[in-house]
Design a protein around this ligand. Structure first.
Ligand code: ADP
Ligand code: MG
Length: 686
C-alpha cells in the first residue's frame, strides 16, 4: 500500500524556517526535538539573522540551503507563511509543515489567506500539513518535527489529530505509564493534506498496528469514510469526534473553522467505516491500549480474578454493559483453582482469593483460567494491601499475560505506587486500567473489534431494475416541496409500491378518478403550505362510493386547492417511517423508525449512510424495537420485513443517483403481511 506521507517521515534533509536561538520560542523547541529525538539527516536552520543554533550553522535564506532538502518546517508568523512557502517552492522543496495559526479558523479573512497557501502549493507541486499544526513524529524513522515535550517510546499506536494539543497531552500522559507510539500526525486546518491522507499513511505503515483519530470537522466526510474502510481492512481504528453536541460544534467551529455534523451521521459513518467510536479522551486512550497490546477476544465469556468482592461485582456489571458476561467455570477448572489458590478462595466466577493472596497465587490462578477452554479472556483485579507487594503482582500478571493467546487486562484499583505498576504491566503488553470499569471497557473494545471483523460491511448491491433516466425526467424542472402525487410517482419509478392515485380539481373529477381505481379510497387536501394534512382535517379515509367522494371533496377541499384521491392500502398494516436527508459532512443518510404519531417521542430510529446494502438495512431493523414489532409480537402477525429492507435499499440509491433531492419522507410506509405501500411521500428538491 502506498504511503502518501512517506517523505514527511523520511526526508533527506529538513529546513526550519524561522529557527530561533531563544529557548522560550516554539521554533527553538522544534529544532531541539529534531536534533534531540534522533533525526539523522541534515538539519538546516534558516533565519535572516544568521549565526549558529545548537551548533548548527544558520542560513540567512532558504535559497542558500544546500542539497539534499526534502522538507521545510515553517515556524513563522501567519503573515509571512505564504511568502516563505513560495521561497521553498523556488528552492525545489516539495513538502512543508506550516505551524502558524491565524488562518481558516479565524473566519472569512483567514480562509482567504489559507486559499493563498493552497495556490502557492499548487503552483510548485508542494504537499503541506497545516497550517495550525505541529507536524509529525515517527519513533522508528526516527523523526520529530513537533515541540511536544516528550519523545514517546516505540510502540504500535498511530495517532492522527486535528489538534496538536491533543497529541501533546495524549503522548505525555501515555508515556508516563509506558505506552509507546509508532507515528503521530497533527493535521491542523488540513488545507491540503487531510485526515484521509493521514489514515492511508497509517494504514501503510508497518509499525502501526492500531490507530486513534481525534477528529473535529470533516469537510469531506466521504473521503474520510473511504480511507477509514481501507485502514480497517488491515487494523483497528478508534475515533473520537468533537462537535457532536450543539455546544461542542460551536467550540469546533471557532477552533479549526470546520463544520461539525450531527451525531447520528457520525455514528453511521463509523459503522460503515468499521471504526470504533468513543465518547471521551480516556476512552480513546483506553481503547487503543487494549487493541495495541492484546490478542483478539474470541468470545464474550470472561473470568474475573480478584482479591476483593466489590470491585469485581462492579466490573462484572460493566462487562454486561459492553456485551460480555461472566462465564460459568467448569468443575474441572474450579478444582484446579482450589489446588493453587489460598484457602477459602471462592472459585465461582468472580474468582475471589479474598484478602492476602501473594503474587504466586495470582500467577498460578491466572494460568488456570487462561488454560480453561470455557474462558475467552480474563480481567485481573488487585486492590493494594499491606501484606502483598503491589509491584510483584503487576509483574507476574504481566509475565503470565504476555505469553497467553487470550486477552488479559489488569485493573489495579488504588492510587499510590500505581504508575510503576502500570509500566510493569505495559512492559509485558498487558493493558493496565485504574478501575474495573475501565478494564471492562478495554475488554469491550476488543469484543467490539471481533464483532466488527466478523460483520464486515459489504459494498451495497447495485440497483439494476430502475430506469434512472425516467426518474431524472420526473424530477426535471421541479423545486421546493413536491406535491404528494409527484413524490409518489418518483418513488414508484424507483420500484417501490404506492397505491394508485391521482389529483382532482373538482368533486366530479374526484369521483371519476375513484371509480377508475376502485374502492375504498382516501381523499387528501393538497395545498402548497400544508405539511401535516390530517392535523388540518385534510385526510378522509375509507370512502366507499362516488357519492361519499363527492361529499368529502365538498367538505374538506377549500377553493383553489386540489384533492389527492388514493386507493386505500390493505388494512391491518404497521406504519413505518422511512426517510433520508443530506448531512453536510457525510452526505445522504437513510433513516427508518416506528411511524405514526409517537415517532418524535419514542425516537425508535436507526440511521445508515447511503447507498446501503440490504444487509445493512436488515441491521437497522435489528437494532430498534420496530424490528421486533415487524417480526410479530403478542399474537400480531409477522409483517413483510423484506419489503421494508427493499424500501430502505431503494431510497438509499435514490439519494445517491439524484443529488437534487434534499430530503424524502415516506410517512407512513404501511407494511402488510405481504408487501408495503408508501401512502404519503414528501420530497424536497433543491
Ligand atoms: P399527513 O401525514 O399529512 O397527516 P398522511 O397521508 O400520512 O397525511 O395520512 C395520515 C394517516 O392516514 C396515515 O398515517 C395513515 O394512517 C392514514 N392513511 C393515509 N393514506 C392511506 C392509505 N392510502 N391507506 C391507508 N391508510 C392511509
Ligand atoms: Mg404522513
Amino acid at each position: 500500500m502506498h504511503d502518501p506521507l512517506w517523505t514527511f517521515f523520511h526526508p533527506r534533509g529538513v529546513a526550519v524556517l524561522g529557527a530561533s536561538a531563544n529557548p522560550t520560542k516554539l521554533s527553538y523547541g522544534v529544532l531541539h526535538n529534531l536534533v534531540a529525538h534522533g533525526y539523522s539527516g541534515p538539519i538546516y536552520p534558516v533565519n535572516p539573522k544568521g549565526g549558529e543554533i545548537m551548533g548548527l550553522p544558520v542560513y540567512t535564506s532558504i535559497a542558500d540551503v544546500p542539497d539534499p532538502v526534502d522538507l521545510a518546517i515553517i515556524v513563522l508568523p501567519a503573515g509571512q507563511v505564504a511568502g516563505a512557502l513560495e521561497d521553498c517552492g523556488r528552492r525545489g522543496i516539495r513538502h512543508a509543515i506550516l505551524m502558524a495559526s491565524g488562518f481558516g479558523e479565524l473566519g472569512r479573512e483567514g480562509k482567504a489567506q489559507e486559499e493563498r497557501l493552497c495556490q502557492v502549493a499548487r503552483q510548485y507541486g508542494i504537499r503541506f500539513l497545516g497550517p495550525n499544526c505541529v507536524g509529525v513524529l515517527d519513533t522508528y524513522a526516527p523523526i520529530d518535527t513537533t515541540f511536544i515535550r516528550t519523545m514517546p517510546k516505540r510502540g504500535s499506536i498511530g495517532l492522527v489529530s486535528h489538534s496538536g494539543a491533543v497529541c501533546g497531552g495524549v503522548i505525555d500522559g501515555a508515556s508516563g505509564v509506558g505506552v509507546g507510539f509508532s507515528r503521530i500526525i497533527s493535521l491542523g486546518n488540513q488545507a491540503d493534506i487531510d485526515i484521509a491522507d493521514a489514515l492511508d499513511s497509517l494504514a501503510a505503515d508497518p509499525h502501526t498496528r492500531v490507530v486513534a483519530a481525534y477528529v473535529e470537522g470533516l469537510p469531506n466526510g466521504c473521503r474520510f469514510v473511504e480511507a477509514a474502510r481501507r485502514l480497517t481492512a488491515r487494523k483497528p481504528l478508534v475515533v473520537l469526534k468533537a462537535g457532536r453536541t450543539p455546544g461542542g460544534s460551536r467550540a469546533v467551529a471557532s477552533h479549526t473553522g470546520a463544520l461539525a455534523g450531527a451525531n447520528e451521521a457520525f455514528l453511521a459513518a463509523c459503522r460503515r467505516a468499521g471504526a470504533i467510536p468513543v465518547e471521551t479522551l480516556e476512552e480513546m486512550v483506553d481503547a487503543v491500549v487494549a487493541l495495541a497490546f492484546r490478542s483478539p477476544l474470541a468470545g464474550p465469556h470472561i473470568a474475573i480474578l480478584t482479591n476483593a468482592g466489590g470491585p469485581a461485582a462492579i466490573g462484572a456489571d460493566q462487562l454486561d454493559r459492553h456485551g460480555m458476561h461472566l462465564v460459568d467455570l467448569s468443575p474441572q477448572t474450579q478444582a484446579r483453582l482450589q489446588n493453587v489458590c489460598p484457602p477459602g478462595t471462592m472459585t465461582g466466577n468472580p474468582v475471589d482469593m479474598l484478602g492476602g493472596p501473594q503474587a504466586e497465587h495470582y500467577t498460578a490462578a491466572l494460568q488456570v483460567l487462561l488454560d480453561a477452554p470455557e474462558v475467552d479472556g480474563v480481567m485481573v483485579i488487585f486492590v493494594p494491601q499491606a501484606i502483598t507487594p503491589l509491584h510483584d503482582v503487576a509483574v507476574v500478571v504481566g509475565q503470565v499475560g504476555e505469553m497467553a493467546p487470550k486477552p488479559v487486562v489488569c485493573s489495579i484499583f488504588g492510587g499510590s505506587g500505581i504508575r510503576a505498576a502500570a509500566r510493569a504491566l505495559h512492559a509485558h503488553s498487558v493493558p493496565y486500567y485504574p478501575t474495573p470499569c475501565r478494564a471492562a471497557f478495554g475488554l469491550g473494545v476488543l469484543w467490539k473489534y471481533t464483532c466488527i471483523r466478523e460483520t464486515h460491511i459489504p459494498e451495497p448491491e447495485p440497483l439494476a431494475d430502475v430506469d434512472w433516466a425516467q426518474v431524472h425526467a420526473l424530477l426535471a424542472g421541479k423545486a421546493g416541496i413536491l406535491d404528494p402525487q409527484a413524490g409518489a410517482e418518483i418513488i414508484a419509478a424507483c420500484g417501490l409500491s404506492v397505491p394508485p392515485s391521482g389529483l382532482a380539481a373538482s368533486a366530479d373529477e374526484a369521483a371519476a378518478l375513484a371509480d377508475r381505481m376502485g374502492y375504498p379510497v382516501v381523499l387528501k387536501r393538497v395545498a402548497p403550505s400544508l405539511v401535516h394534512k390530517s392535523d388540518a382535517d385534510g385526510v378522509v379515509l375509507g370512502l366507499q362510493t362516488a357519492d361519499e367522494v363527492r361529499e368529502a371533496f365538498a367538505r374538506a377541499i377549500r377553493s383553489g386547492e386540489r384533492a389527492l384521491i388514493q386507493r386505500m392500502a390493505p388494512s391491518g398494516g404497521l406504519e413505518v417511517i422511512v426517510g433520508a436527508h443530506r448531512d453536510a459532512q457525510f452526505g445522504p443518510l437513510v433513516m427508518v423508525g416506528l411511524g405514526g404519531v409517537y415517532v418524535e417521542v419514542l425516537r425508535d430510529v436507526a440511521f445508515r449512510l447511503a447507498p446501503l446494502s440490504r444487509g445493512e438495512a436488515r441491521g437497522m431493523l435489528e437494532e430498534i424495537a420496530l424490528g421486533r414489532l415487524l417480526a410479530g409480537v403478542r399474537g400480531l402477525p409477522p409483517r413483510d420485513t423484506e419489503a421494508v429492507v427493499d424500501a430502505l435499499f431503494r431510497v438509499g440509491w435514490l439519494m445517491v443517483e439524484c443529488p437534487p433531492i434534499a430530503e424524502v419522507d415516506l410517512n407512513p410506509l404501511i407494511v402488510g403481511e405481504r408487501g408495503a405501500w408508501a401512502v404519503d411521500v414528501r420530497m424536497v428538491i433543491r
